[in-house]
Each structure stands twice: as structure tokens, then as C-alpha cells.
Design a protein around this ligand. Structure first.
Ligand code: FRU
Length: 460
């Protein structure tokens, strides 16, 4: 059971500061964000006994990283999320500086969590343990203990177990770094989810560390992960870290040359997927970046930082994985604010809207709140905003494979997710326009619709 003192200390933080966090004008209206402190990776995403469960890496005590908890939310429809008791706290010798990322599976009616116990001393020496916890009611979790210790050949950057069932066996992928400082993913196998056999490296290559691996099958096998250490190349990898995938074959391998970024925004990292009872492959990502820069986020002064992406459905189109917002999100729509067939638009828009442009017939330019711009030139879409560290502007870009026909944008108080051509290209980013600036301009012929989206704040 979770250490009561530590849990109470976290809940005291929620009591004391969540009022301030939730009244921050940048606090999202319909995205998941922490009631206090820092949110990072989505963890343990699963539909269990009909209910969706989503956990996340949570630092309740301040807006930086550190000894993480697992916060816990549940939902019946992927739209409204209810806050639950934190599931895991860093209260054992094997996870005392963090219950790091991991995943959930169901076995024998129990909800099982696999996560990384992080142990780091004051000199920065790290130990890492892959651990298990169990729950019978899906609310309170009991730690079972360490299942896997660090094998030879790897540094202690060895974490983020993702477990799934296939061919009547259980498999686990773990993000790792070899002793030669090369990023990779290792594979384990188990018959009973208790004892694990090391099967070797499943994929490796670029960068110095691969975090948060995930494996699933669309038309082909897909390996999803967040590599660190890729160098900027043309229009690619122009943000701190990326998340992407390799379409390959579980038995024949995942060649690193086939790596493609999943999202081209400024903030998209550590995504995790699950399959639901409709057979959909669902994904949630962290709209944030690890390794510093927290001080540049204005929300930091209001005791909270970072948020999740909206839940998305993944599909394979040729040799690409595309992402669509889950259809349940249409429930968020309240009234129609704009319906414009004549072309351009200029006017004020609130920041809890869905903006849809269809029948786009020419190069376009969009300016949102004097802060974020999107332009299409030929097949290239470029997004631009003020750099978070205040050093001028920053931009990212991606090339479409088919002509631009549609753009669907989900705008929240401080975020923007752009789905282009029904999910062929996606850009997920945070944005912090002046709170009183609402002016938006769309240039270029298209039909434009804007929906107001539910305006209550908070996850509940
Ligand atoms: C990714 C990550 C994971 C780790 C977790 C710790 O953002 O660094 O590799 O488990 O965050 O919070």
C-alpha cells in the first residue's frame, strides 16, 4: 500500500495550491493537466473492465523533476477524466527516487502495473529496477517488488517497461543505453508475468538513449519510442527530443533507417498506446520536453506545469502511422462560432475551440493570437512561435505526401494540436500568447468552421 505520510504530503499540496493552478488563465479547459506540480509521461494506459485508466509521471512538490509518483485518472469516454488516489509513491528502497514510467496489463482479473524503480544517490550514481504492482479494484495498488535487475552490457539508463501479450506469451520492451552509449530497446519474455527471460536487443542505432518504447501491430508491427541525441537534419529534429516509430517486423527486425517522427510540433514526447475493446489503437502523449527549461513556462509561478495531448487513434496508411483525434472528442463541441465559406477570416476567437478548414485551395497563412503562425507553401507546412527561452523565433516544418485539403486544430488555453489531412501530419505544441490577445487571421481560400469547446476547467 502507498506510504500514507508521503501520500498525505502530496494531497496537502493539491489542497493548498490546486485552486491557484486551476485559476491560471493558461490552465487547460479540456486537456489533462496536474492539479499541482509537474506532469510528464503518460503511464499505464489501459481499458480495464470497461473503464479507461491513465496514469502519469507526477511530481507533486514542485514544478521540476525528481522522485515521481504515478497520478491516476479514469474515464468512461476518453473525454471526462476523474482524479483517483495516486497509485504509486516513491516509498520503497527500490524506487525511492522515483516510480518511473511503465505500463499496465490485465491478468486473472487483476490490474498489473510494470514500472521502473529509480534509485539515485547524491553523487548521481544510479540504480534501476523493473518492478510490478497489482490491484484488484483498480483504485488501490500494492507493490509486488523487483522483477528485473540491470543485465550486463547496459548503463543504468534502463527503464520504461511496456508489457503486452502475444502468441500466448508476455513480452516486455525496455528503453536502454548500451555501455558504448548507444540508444536501444531490449526485449524480455515471460510465461507468467513473474519470471522474465532476457531475449536481447530488439532495435538499436541512432542517439544515446531510447526512452519509453512501445510495441503494437497495425497492418504491420510498429515500434514506437523516444530517442535522445538525434542531430538536426534539414527540416527534421529541430526540437530538443523527438518521438517516432519504425514500421518493421517483430521477427525480422526494425531497421533504424526507417525511423519517422510521429509528431512535428514543439512539445510531443513519451507517448504511450493501448488497444481498447473496439479494437482501436489509442495514444496519449506528453506535451512537454524533458531536461530543463521549466522556468520558461509562465504556469510555473502558479504551481503547475505541462499537460497531455488529446487521446488519438492510430492507423497505418501505407508506410506511415497517422493519428486522428478520437471521435468521442466531438462531445466537447458546444456552439458554432464561425461558419465561413468565402475564404479568409479575421476576428477574435476564444482559446477553447476547434478550428476546421476544409476545401483548402491555395497556400495559406494562419496567425493565432499574435503568437503562433502556420503557413503552407507548396507541400511544406511550417509552424513558428516565439522561442520558449526568449531568444527570437523558433520553427518546425514537415512535408505533406498529398496536397493539403484539410486542417483541424484543437486550441486550448495554452496548447495547439494541428491535424493535417486527417492525421497524415500532426503538430502538437504549447503556446503562451498574451492572455488578453484573441485576434486570429486566416488567409487563403477555404471553408472555415470554429466550434466552441466545453469551457469548464480541470480534469473532473
Ligand atoms: C521520459 C522519462 C522516462 C522516465 C521518466 C521519469 O520523459 O525520462 O524515461 O521513466 O521520464 O519521470
Amino acid at each position: 500500500m502507498i506510504d500514507v505520510n508521503l501520500r498525505n504530503k502530496a494531497m496537502e499540496m493539491v489542497e493548498e495550491y490546486s485552486g491557484i493552478a486551476l485559476s491560471d488563465p493558461y490552465y487547460p479547459s479540456y486537456h489533462i493537466a496536474p492539479p499541482v506540480g509537474l506532469l510528464n509521461d503518460p503511464n499505464g494506459f489501459i481499458q480495464w473492465k470497461g473503464t479507461y485508466h491513465l496514469f502519469y509521471q507526477w511530481m507533486p512538490f514542485h514544478t521540476g523533476h525528481g522522485a515521481k509518483f504515478w497520478a491516476h485518472l479514469t474515464s468512461r469516454d476518453l473525454v471526462d477524466w476523474a482524479w483517483q488516489e495516486p497509485a504509486l509513491a516513491p516509498d520503497e528502497w527500490y524506487d525511492r527516487t522515483g516510480c518511473y514510467s511503465g505500463s499496465a496489463v490485465e491478468k486473472d482479473d487483476e490490474l498489473l502495473l510494470f514500472y521502473t524503480g529509480n534509485v539515485k544517490d547524491d553523487d548521481g550514481n544510479r540504480e534501476t529496477y523493473q518492478c510490478k504492482a497489482r490491484s484488484e479494484d483498480g483504485v488501490s495498488f500494492e507493490k509486488v517488488g523487483v522483477q528485473i535487475e540491470l543485465p550486463d552490457g547496459f548503463t543504468p539508463h534502463f527503464r520504461d517497461p511496456k508489457v503486452w501479450k502475444m502468441r500466448n506469451e508476455w513480452y516486455m520492451v525496455i528503453g536502454a543505453q548500451t555501455e558504448e552509449k548507444e540508444g536501444c530497446i531490449v526485449l524480455y519474455r515471460s510465461e507468467d508475468l513473474d519470471s522474465w527471460t532476457y531475449e536481447g536487443i530488439l532495435a538499436s542505432g541512432m542517439g544515446y538513449m531510447w526512452e519509453c518504447p512501445d510495441f503494437f501491430r497495425l497492418k504491420d508491427d510498429v515500434l514506437l519510442f523516444s530517442p535522445q541525441g538525434l542531430e538536426e537534419k534539414g527540416i527534421d529534429y529541430r526540437n530538443m527530443y523527438q518521438s517516432g516509430y519504425i514500421i518493421g517486423d517483430f521477427d525480422k527486425g526494425f531497421p533504424e533507417e526507417k525511423f519517422r517522427e510521429l509528431d512535428h510540433g514543439f512539445e510531443f514526447y513519451a507517448p504511450q498506446t493501448t488497444e481498447d475493446d473496439q479494437g482501436r489503437r489509442l495514444l496519449v502523449g506528453w506535451m512537454g520536453m524533458p531536461d530543463g527549461g521549466e522556468e520558461y513556462f509562465p504556469t510555473h509561478d502558479n504551481h503547475w506545469i505541462h499537460q497531455m495531448t488529446l487521446p488519438r487513434e492510430l492507423l497505418q496508411q501505407g508506410d506511415r502511422v497517422i493519428q486522428k483525434p478520437v471521435e468521442e472528442l466531438e462531445k466537447l463541441r458546444t456552439d458554432k462560432l464561425v461558419e465561413e465559406n468565402s475564404g479568409s477570416f479575421a476576428g477574435n476567437l476564444p482559446r477553447n475551440i476547434e478550428l476546421i478548414m476544409r476545401e483548402i485551395e491555395e497556400d495559406i497563412y494562419i496567425d493565432l493570437y499574435d503568437y503562433f503562425s502556420i503557413r503552407l507553401e507548396g507541400r511544406r507546412i511550417t509552424i513558428e512561435r516565439p522561442a520558449m527561452d526568449g531568444s527570437g523565433k523558433e520553427w518546425r516544418a514537415a512535408d505533406l505526401v498529398s496536397p493539403l485539403t484539410e486542417m483541424r486544430m484543437f486550441i486550448d488555453q495554452s496548447s495547439l494540436e494541428i491535424f493535417v489531412n486527417d492525421g497524415e501530419i500532426v503538430f502538437s505544441s504549447r503556446m503562451f500568447p498574451d492572455v488578453d490577445t484573441h485576434e486570429c487571421r486566416v488567409k487563403g481560400r477555404s471553408s472555415i468552421t470554429a466550434w466552441n469547446l466545453r469551457a469548464e476547467k480541470g480534469a473532473e
